[in-house]
Structure formats: C-alpha cells, structure tokens
Design a protein around this ligand. Sequence first.
Ligand code: ADP
Length: 367
Amino acid sequence: MAQVSLKDVSKIYADGIAAVDKISLGIENREFMVLVGPSGCGKSTTLRMVAGLEEISEGRIYIGDKLVNEVPAKDRDIAMVFQNYALYPHMTVFENMAFGLKLRKYPKQEISKRVIDAAGILGIKALLNRRPKELSGGERQRVAVGRAIVRKPLVFLFDEPLSNLDAKLRVQMRTEIHKLHLRLATTMIYVTHDQTEAMTMGDRIAVMKDGIIQQAADPITIYDSPVNKFVASFIGSPPMNFMLGRIIKKDGKLYFDEGKIIVRIAEEMYKKLNPYAGKEIIMGLRSEDIYDKLFVSSATAENVVKVTCEVVEPLGSEVYLYLNTGKHTFIARVGAHDRPPINQDMDLVFDMSKVHFFDKDTEVTII
Ligand code: ADP
C-alpha cells in the first residue's frame, strides 16, 4: 500500500515567504495525482518535500502509514523523474538504469533482469549500449523513466518530465506514461504547468496558486464545476471567457447586462442569483457553449447576441472565432466549415444553461 498523505504542509524559505502554505492532500494507493498551476505556485517544492529533497517547514507527510518528515530521501522508497533527466553522460543506457540498484548492492543478475525488463516496457532495448549523447530527447526521457522503474518504488514522482520535448513527442510520451501507470499500477504524483497534461493524465488534479491548493478533484469536476474564477480560467483551452456585467431584474425575470449585450438567465439559476439583482457580477462561458446562430434552430431573442467577429482561425477540426462585444473580447469554437465574414456583426447564441457566475470581489463560484 502506498498512499501519500500531506497534512498542513508548509515550506517557508529564508525570505520568510510561504512557497507552500498549509496544504493538505491525500493521494490514494495506485492513484495518478497531478499537481498543476502556473510557474512559482509551489508545485515543485511540494513534490520535493514528498521526495525528501526539501525540508518540510511545518506539517506532516506520510508515505503509506509511515511519517517521513525525518526520513532521508534514499530511504523513502520513491523514485523521481526530473525535467532535465539528469543522466550520467559517461555511462551507457544500461549503466544509467542500473546505477541506483548497484548502489543498493543488488545482485548482478537481478540488476540485469530488471534493466532488461524495464527497457522492454519502454521500447529501448536496442539502445542499452549507447551513451546519452547518442540519444534523441525522447529516448533520453525514456531512459530517465526506466531508471525510475527498475527501482520498483512505492511511489513515482514526476517533475515536469515532458517540458523539454517538442510538441509531438510530448503528446506521445503523455500517452506512454499513462499506459505505464496502468501497467505498473503504482501511485504516481506528477507536476506540470500544462493544463492539457493535467486533464488527460490525472485520475485527480490538484490546482495550485500561490502555494495553496485551490481545488482537488477529478478532471471533469474541475472542468465543469470550478470552485473559483482562477480554476475556471486555468483549466480549459482556450480558457473560459469572462465578462463583467450586472444582474438586472425586470418583470420577475433576471438578465445579465454586460453593457453592450443582454442575455436572459435560466430560471433554475434564479434562486442563487436573486441576491445579486442590481449588482455587478462576473459571467463565465466556455468557448464550446457559444454557437453561430446560423446553425441553431432553437435560439430565442433572449439568448442571441450581436457581436463583431474580428478574427476567424480555422484549425482543421474546428474554428476559433475572436469576437468583440464593444466591451469584452471572447472566443467561440464553432464547426470546421463555419466562416463568418470578419469585421462585421454576427449573431451568436449563448447556451445559458451552461454559464458560470463568479462573485466580483471574491471571485468564488456562485453557479
Ligand atoms: P513551481 O514548481 O510551481 O514553479 P516552485 O515550487 O519551484 O514553483 O517555487 C515556489 C516559490 O518558491 C516560488 O516563488 C519560488 O521563487 C520560491 N522558491 C523556490 N525555491 C526556492 C529557494 N530555494 N529559495 C527561495 N525561494 C524559493
């Protein structure tokens, strides 16, 4: 069993600033947990504290049932894969992968078996006699993962392992690490700033900002029900659109008035939005929940808005429209063959059953 548990864990560096601020997180046995957030939010520091590479200022970390605060890194039964791979240049791939086992005085035969098994899993058997400089970026990455696998650790830690690879290889390695997790069925903690990696790989995602976990949940919950505007904006590509406006009450009905455009609010949202009548509020809408009216039969005048289409960006499978209300710019994702004329007004439909609302001051989710 290798669950990992962080209880009120902080890291305060010499400058007195909390890089990690009292975070608590439980990672289940065999779970793939992704820590995601912008640069400097404390992801790496958190991972390094789990690894034992960074002292814990406050709180407790458990691996399995064991409190590891005072346990040195080498005795924690974890293996870490770094962004820069940290391979030994003078050693062959075999020697690089075998190194950790040799240090731990494993018998030669056992080392050989483990290295060859791992090389088989990763498809690098043919490279075992090469040195790192004779490998491509993707191959080096595999060796770094291989070096972690041979240890058969309780927990794997990954610190931005794909960020040095080109876009195509990154997507390929993403799938491979995913498959590896299914095959090894080991607890993994994976740090990235890339929301796509987080969404596609994680059983659960912990979204961090300023040393604090904003939300930890499965990817779909994070995407559909973000707890605040930061999470809503960080997860999803293109990011969620936001508009500042006012809730208006007229003849018992609620509307969102953006200044230039007005849309009617769905009745099921009245209960939560009534207290905001007359007040400013932030509305959020994902780009896939906005349609070109030409292709919608069920639109009513109250969810149709007239806006200017400034840029049409065809991506092959879909088209991004860059739109302007006169007060806010936003993006809609429409069908692959939609080509509205640019710098002209067009009618769009907002799917008002999908909108989110955030408190203007606290940015906490209302709906
Ligand atoms: P992330 O991995 O999310 O990019 P880090 O965990 O590396 O963030 O860093 C979190 C914060 O701690 C940042 O503000 C960073 O500048 C600071 N920090 C990281 N390492 C040190 C250090 N050794 N000394 C002082 N501050 C540090």
